[in-house]
Design a protein around this ligand. Structure first.
Ligand code: NIG
Ligand code: FE
Length: 405
């Protein structure tokens, strides 16, 4: 089945197949083709061009809109039960994220809720969030466990992610985050042992990556190294939480274990930039968490000036970023982090795909990649996407070459 998209004002985000990410000055460029067509064969991009359109079985008229790859959100926690609206009030009344966590709320609160929620109900709630973000233009995403905090709860969460992968044609990667917090009733050393020895072998068949919350009050670089060593024995590359609450040493330990990405990075300096320059690890910043918790924003411009790549992701979770809207993430990247629209675009497409090892199938207009695409309304420009940040700009979303209803 061949589907043609015609009357494209600008086809943006075109890349050759060997480009897996954009770094430094490359992030300022968005390759495009004006007055174009794009041909989809089955679920993937076949070809594109200008001038006479090729034959097809079906035609979609872009009517002068732009066509771009869907957003790639490399960091989400959408498998959780219920919400933490109560803590929202605590936050409004002045309690910090750390204070809420120290009182036994925060991640442990979500873990209690997950424990009392059966697997089908957990799946239904997570599927609702997945459909919400797909409707907002995400076409590839990473989903973490991390609210189980027991062997049973973590494996239940990973099974739910597996069902999510099977339910929708978005590109989905799965991450085992048993070390999100110390589970209730454990001392930290016993819990780290449980993660390494009991959970990791079970996670092996279900997860693509392993994650640790390496930060003040949670797990140290030594705990993290023990968990990443166990992950490596089970074939799981790291994607870790680092430097959100303090200069934690998380970036360095992530780089040492050849992490796919190190994420958050609200508190970093020259030492973190230098460690990353020696690596193939993608720095991922999460401006939605900075916005919601009133934290500093990651210094993306400094990273880019140093020649590094940067990806932006939503961190969709009930505690620090209850939104998976990647367009809002892109707008925060421009408004709060001073990225240009082109830099922010690359950060939420190809670099997001790279940050979850999915750049071979997602993140750009490249023949052979999945046809997960957005068609904008006529007249929308790249700059208009983050500028008119609440105006609807997307006319049609395609997942695997099919229109998302
Ligand atoms: O990425 N920082 C750690 N984990 C999540 C928050 C989890 C929660 O509060 O539920 C984050 O911000
Ligand atoms: Fe997170």
């Amino acid at each position: 089945m061949k589907t043609l998209i015609k009357n494209i004002s600008s086809l943006i985000g075109i890349l050759p197949p060997d480009v897996k990410c954009k770094r430094g000055e490359e992030m300022s460029l968005v390759e495009s083709l004006e007055n174009a067509w794009l041909l989809i064969e089955g679920d993937h991009i076949d070809s594109f061009g200008t001038g006479g359109c090729p034959p097809s079985d079906k035609v979609i008229d872009a009517a002068g809109g732009m066509v771009m790859p869907s957003f790639c959100d490399s960091h989400t926690h959408i498998v959780y039960a219920g919400s933490r609206e109560g803590e929202f009030l605590d936050k409004i009344n002045g309690l910090s994220y750390e204070e809420i966590a120290r009182r036994g709320g925060g991640i442990l609160n979500s873990s209690d809720l997950l424990k009392s929620t059966d697997e089908d109900e957990l799946f239904a709630q997570a599927l609702g969030r997945l459909d919400e973000v797909l409707a907002k233009g995400t076409g590839a995403l990473e989903i973490k466990s991390g609210y189980g905090l027991s062997t049973e709860g973590e494996i239940k969460s990973l099974r739910v992610i597996k069902r999510l992968k099977e339910s929708r044609s978005a590109v989905i990667k799965s991450t085992f985050l048993g070390a999100h917090a110390v589970g209730r009733g454990y001392c930290k050393s016993d819990y780290v042992r449980l993660v390494c020895e009991e959970m990791m072998p079970l996670a092996e068949g279900l997860a693509d990556f392993v994650d640790v919350f390496c930060d003040e009050g949670f797990f140290t670089p030594e705990d993290t190294a023990a968990i990443l060593e166990s992950g490596a024995r089970h074939g799981l590359r790291p994607k870790i939480h680092a430097n959100e609450l303090a200069v934690s040493g998380g970036v360095q330990v992530g780089v040492r274990f050849d992490a796919v990405s190190v994420d958050h990075l609200e508190r970093t300096g020259q030492a973190e930039i230098e460690a990353l320059l020696e690596s193939r690890t993608m720095p991922v910043m999460l401006p939605g968490a900075s916005f919601f918790l009133g934290m500093p924003y990651g210094k993306a411009k400094d990273f880019i000036a140093a020649g590094l790549p940067v990806a932006l992701a939503s961190d969709y979770n009930p505690g620090s970023s209850p939104s998976g809207d990647m367009r809002f993430v892109m707008a925060l990247g421009c408004i709060k982090m001073r990225l240009t629209p082109a830099q922010a675009f690359n950060a939420v497409t190809i670099n997001g795909a790279c940050a979850m090892d999915a750049a071979d199938v997602a993140g750009s207009i490249t023949p052979g990649k999945k046809a997960n695409l957005l068609i904008t309304r006529p007249g929308v420009t790249l700059t208009g996407i983050p500028y008119n940040y609440t105006t609807p700009v997307v006319a049609l979303k395609l997942l695997g070459g099919r229109i998302l209803q």
